[in-house]
Write a protein that binds this ligand. Structure first.
Ligand code: FES
Length: 647
């Protein structure tokens, strides 16, 4: 038989196939994931591909219809009933007639699902753990007394290749009704997370069920963020966030662990609180996306170890002290009904593995999203909260640790500090000659010395200073000579500028006079020094471990990183020397990693494997930590050079 070369984009996978082969079959053979719910009957429309021409024109293929068949009957029918965009073909129906380049589009939309906002433009190649599989089941026959369920399983095996299918118990009571209602045509949801494990039928619907959704959720100690995605296309349909209600039990992680230790119902109270907030978020994303809650079939959760344990209902006491033992470090598979999150009775839950007792599934997810383990360049990935989670490495070796930065970076424990919110000062500059400050406030465009500033802040007022500005103000104080390398506010300047004022035995810098008066005290500068020294010392330990003296790239994950200016982070020595244009804020990388694991089971295997290979370092136990810490108290550092900074 004549053969033709088929190249699939964007994966670049290619192979030779007999002329006449359906494109979908070619994709399957090459391991290119093309969705299909109806099993090639030309009714679901999920298997759309775009045939690009020209690439193989020199082989004599020039017209768009030469290398694929004209619309077959099935395609014709689909195109008439539903709208098949120009250039799109149903890959189950279009067959190969010559060499071709096929694009597997990322935006196959079948149902008129409203997409409110694009969360992330990153293209996630799909291969979800849950597949929707339509089959036609043989009708019962008195002479062949094989059960309805057994014939359904046989059909799923024959058409979809699932061997040895397990069935969720709750379905047994319904299977006969559903088969008859669908007149022997039904759609099964098959959960097949690992190639080597048994596939499980987790849902069953009469007729064609051409919808299935999943949620990806990052449980932060401060905020919880959730995305709702279609499992049959890559679209993120809705997103929502809320603050973690556990805050009322304790601001930071350790205070929540203490709460559990001190209160007999503490663990339960916090588990109930976080699940309650997640249930509300599910309602919100469903309402926003116009999706029924029971159509959510898969859910991925990430969080730091303490959030992870409390969400699962595990007492986190062991994580409160050395050796910081996790109850479970590997990936966790559950049903959503096990943890009080009613969706579909068959909905599955997957939690990414934790890296160590202080470095959680959120850091694993951020690692998956940013991919230090996939590249040659040495990447430092930091997620700064009250605890900084640090991952450093490349495709040869990766190490991880956490460092107790404390809440200073979040504006807590700083005299005028507050969380980022309208009214908070977010940017600060200090004139090196006059020592006069100018600043900007969240929610306004103007700097404080620009016309219109007073009107712009009239609504919110000036309420305090948030984490990013604290970094900037201390760095600017250092750059303008108000504080020494060792972080001491220079009292001699009090004679020169009214901004420098004596407060007891130390001095302060007056940033804003009025309601409220905001000063940066010596204690504030110290708090920032301690936090930044802890972060830097943690990073340094990891660099020692890898025997490197510089990093190629730095990624800041999380909200903190989105607001700070990398230059100031480096002026203060939060992070090691690096090309400034290689320092990037990546936003909620943990959420992105969770979405990747939701949409493609291969990412689950990738991160599970990577986590086992990440070397964990316990900063508290490393004798060098103290030494690095002391050097890192200076700005930017007592011993380490910052050549990139002087440029
Ligand atoms: Fe359903 Fe092609 S697989 S239309």
């Amino acid at each position: 038989a004549r053969e033709a070369l088929v190249l699939f984009m964007p994966s670049g996978k290619r192979g030779r196939f007999a002329v006449g082969t359906p494109i979908l079959d070619a994709a399957r053979t090459l391991g290119v994931y093309v969705e299909s719910v109806c099993g090639g009957r030309g009714i679901c429309g999920r298997c759309q591909v775009e045939v690009q021409e020209g690439r193989f024109a020199k082989h004599g293929i020039t017209s768009s219809n030469d290398h694929i068949s004209e619309f077959g009957a099935k395609e014709q029918r689909y195109a008439e009933k539903r709208d098949l965009k120009q250039g799109r073909r149903l890959s189950c129906s279009a067959t190969i007639l010559g060499d071709l380049v096929v694009d597997v589009p990322q935006d196959v939309q079948v149902n008129a699902q409203v997409v409110r906002k694009e969360v992330d433009t990153r293209v996630i190649e799909r291969n979800p753990a849950i597949r929707m599989c339509y089959v036609e089941v043989e009708e019962p026959d008195m002479h062949k007394p094989l059960g309805d369920l057994d014939r359904l399983k046989a059909a799923l095996e024959k058409e979809w290749g699932f061997h040895n299918i397990d069935v969720d118990t709750y379905l047994l009571a319904d299977v006969q009704k559903i088969l008859r209602k669908g007149e022997w045509g039904v759609t099964a949801a098959i959960h097949h997370d690992e190639e080597t494990s048994r596939p499980t039928m987790i849902g069953l619907w009469p007729g064609l069920k051409n919808e299935a959704y999943g949620i990806a959720c990052d449980i932060g100690s401060t905020t919880i963020a959730m995305h709702l995605s279609s499992l049959l296309s890559v679209r993120t349909i809705a997103s929502a966030g809320t603050s973690n209600p556990q805050i009322r039990f304790g601001e930071d992680l350790m205070s929540r662990v203490s709460y559990v230790m001190m209160n007999p119902d503490g663990r339960e109270g916090m588990t109930t609180a976080v699940r309650g907030a997640i249930n509300e978020l599910i309602d919100r994303v469903c309402a926003e996306g116009g999706v029924a809650r029971e159509d959510i079939l898969d859910a991925v959760f990430v969080g730091n170890p303490i959030m992870h344990h409390l969400f699962l209902g595990i007492d986190p006491t062991e994580l409160g002290g050395a050796p910081f033992a996790l109850a479970v470090s590997g990936a966790v598979h559950l049903k959503s009904s096990d943890i009080g999150l009613p969706m579909n009775p068959g909905t599955r839950v997957y939690m990414l593995p934790c890296i160590a007792g202080h470095v959680g599934a959120d850091a694993a997810a951020a690692t998956l999203a940013e991919g230090p383990h996939r590249q040659e360049e040495m990447m430092l990935l930091v997620d700064v909260g009250t605890n900084a989670e640090i991952v450093l490495g490349n495709r040869h070796r990766t190490v991880a640790a956490s460092s107790p930065t404390g809440p200073a970076f979040e504006g807590a424990e700083i005299s005028g500090g507050q969380r980022a919110a309208p009214g908070a000062i977010e940017r600060v500059r200090i004139d090196p000659v006059t020592l006069e400050p100018r600043f900007r406030v969240i929610g306004t465009e103007q700097w404080s010395d620009e016309p219109g500033f007073d009107d712009a802040v009239a609504a919110s007022g000036i309420t305090g200073i948030c984490g990013s500005a604290i970094i900037e103000v201390v760095a600017e104080m250092y750059l303008s000579g108000i504080i020494s390398e060792d972080g001491v506010i220079d009292g001699n300047l009090a004679a020169k500028s009214p901004r420098v004022m004596a407060t007891g035995r130390t001095f302060s810098y007056l940033l804003h006079e009025g309601m409220p008066t905001i000063t940066i005290t010596q204690t504030d500068v110290r708090a920032i020094q301690l936090a930044k020294a802890a972060l830097y010392a943690g990073v340094k330990l990891l660099m020692d471990k890898l025997g490197i003296d510089h990093v190629d790239q730095i990624r800041f994950a999380g909200a903190f990183g989105s607001f700070i200016d990398p230059k100031y982070a480096m002026v203060l020595g939060l992070i090691p020397d690096c090309d400034l244009d290689k320092v990037q804020a990546v936003g909620n990388a943990a959420g992105t990693g969770a979405r990747m694991a939701l949409l493609n089971r291969n990412y689950r295997r990738e991160i599970e494997d990577t986590v086992t290979r990440i070397e964990k370092i316990e900063t508290a136990l490393e004798p060098k930590f103290q030494e690095h810490f002391v050097y890192a108290m200076a700005m930017p550092n007592k011993v380490d050079p910052f050549p990139k900074l002087s440029k």
